[in-house]
Design a protein around this ligand. Sequence first.
Ligand code: ADP
Ligand code: MG
Length: 620
Amino acid sequence: MSTDTAPAPQSFEFQAEIKQLLDIVIHSLYTEKEIFIRELVSNASDASEKLRHLQLTEKNIHDADRPLEITVTTDEKAKTLVIEDAGIGMTRDELAKNLGTIAHSGSKAFLKALGEGGQKNSNLIGQFGVGFYAAFMAAKSVEVFSKSWQPDAPAYVWRSEGTGNYTLEPAPEYTTRGTKIVLQLKDDAEDFAKKHRVEDILKKYSAFVSFPIKLDGDHVNTVTALWLRSKNEITDEEYTAFYKFQAHAYDEPRLRLHFTADAPLQIASLLFVPKENPEKFGMQRAEPAVSLYCRKVLIDSRPKDLLPEWLRFMKGVVDSEDLPLNISRETMQDKALLEKIGKTVTSRFLKFLADEAKARPETYDAFYAEFGVFLKEGAALDWTHKDGLVKLLRYESTFTEAGKTTSLADYVTRLKEGQSEIYYLSGPSRAAIEAGPYLEGMKARGLEVLFCVEAVDEYVMNNVREFDGKKLVAADSPDAKLPDAPKPPAADGDLSEDQVKTLAEWLKTTLGDRVTEVKASDRLVDSPALAINADRFMTPQMRRMMMAMKKDEPEAPVKVSLELNPRHAVIKRLAATREANPERATMVAEQILDNALIAAGLFEDPSKMVARLYKLLEQL
Ligand code: ADP
Ligand code: MG
């Protein structure tokens, strides 16, 4: 080995997670080892696409004229397979970082699934894709020669046998830009050195790679832009294969929309909704992933300003002939154009969802159960598409069976005469809301109430504000303008108006600062009292959040307005006891308020209540 310029190879240890991953990959009995070719070709394609993109902005690129091809070479005698690209390449540091530490989201998800008890299931490899490391399923050693696009970066070779470590060494003999991966195949993987075998695999997995793939000199893929072909020529299998390739996905798409538009802009688009909401477990935020093309040329694989934030779960492609190739987000003109394209695509998608909801309600409901949270976010924040989004919202209501939902439009068809508002109640679950006192008055009036049981719902309702000219109003808010309730028949011992007034005044004095107001209510039928949160913006959820945020500072005590049901036996008894036994009446008054706070989700400190209850119980 020479000498002054080339120092000896340096050896490095893999990150612990990578070691674990490699151990599994090498010892796995996973039968479809062939997917390593898919992974390596997809990396070659990514690197080529990155270079194509770089060409738009960088003048100084090493080997600028080298064509963006992927070449695959088999050698049966030597038992090797070589995959080479002319992509962006990697510097020494990039080799170490990209191939020595875990950055790959698929590998991360794979390890996580294993952690959750998937050890036995070698299928997981195929499901998640372990990226580059899949190479070690078939190879006993892997060499990665790479020369970065940056003109002054020297070439390096990364070598490993997939055990604990890898080496890095300068590779001055590798002078072309890009990456060459040399796999020395294992004895039981010699098949992958056979041309026809590799050809089958490339056709199966890499049909959509948008760069020519040459296998031992022969061109094996026809570069297709599926989105530009006519719908009725494309099979479901092709669509799914494209989705998996384009979105780097391992699931089947839940919905797809393929359309073209001519006005106001030339657009061809193929969009997919994945099976599952990637943010479901609160683990990570989805990144925008609808790629932007101009006549089949990728402009940006993750354009940030194309689609609104709430569509970040969507996958697919938008191609517009009207785009300049060197589009820049900085120029106002380009920004406006992007926005216009995004707006057209978003409107089409919303219309598609509305049609879907009509034609295939069950499919739509299943979509909504998984992705409704994004629609809610959009309805609350995206003023451009708010109307379309609000129509897509679905809620359970007092008029639907548990598990069934209604749209706001359907709610409106059921408005009672004189009803000018749409009512909702928030709570942790339908059952919890049903058990509270707030529905009584609504039921007595025959008014429908939507159940808001998700954390975002209250926020959504506050932002959406109205639908079809009807205000959205919390049924437990001081703003609710309820129509008159049918009067219950008079009964013996009913309190007179004066008696109710005196009782309310006494309660206000007795409860002091804890209440802003005490009055008779017509919202109640079966409960003696209810509390209306005086600060309508400080909802119970909001309060809990504030308290969690500033743990040491006590939040100001809750203030509520207390509404009484004068026909309720407890209230009647209280009116009678007030004079006869003021001490006991005071305890009862406080207990009634606490009970109302519990029902409102606003009760915070039980210590006093327990002592008081025992005192009351003593008087049995
Ligand atoms: P992923 O492709 O999902 O990021 P991989 O494990 O397949 O994960 O690859 C890890 C990283 O290594 C890639 O993100 C990329 O930065 C780098 N890489 C792999 N192959 C190549 C290549 N042929 N050219 C340039 N960079 C590559
Ligand atoms: Mg990859």
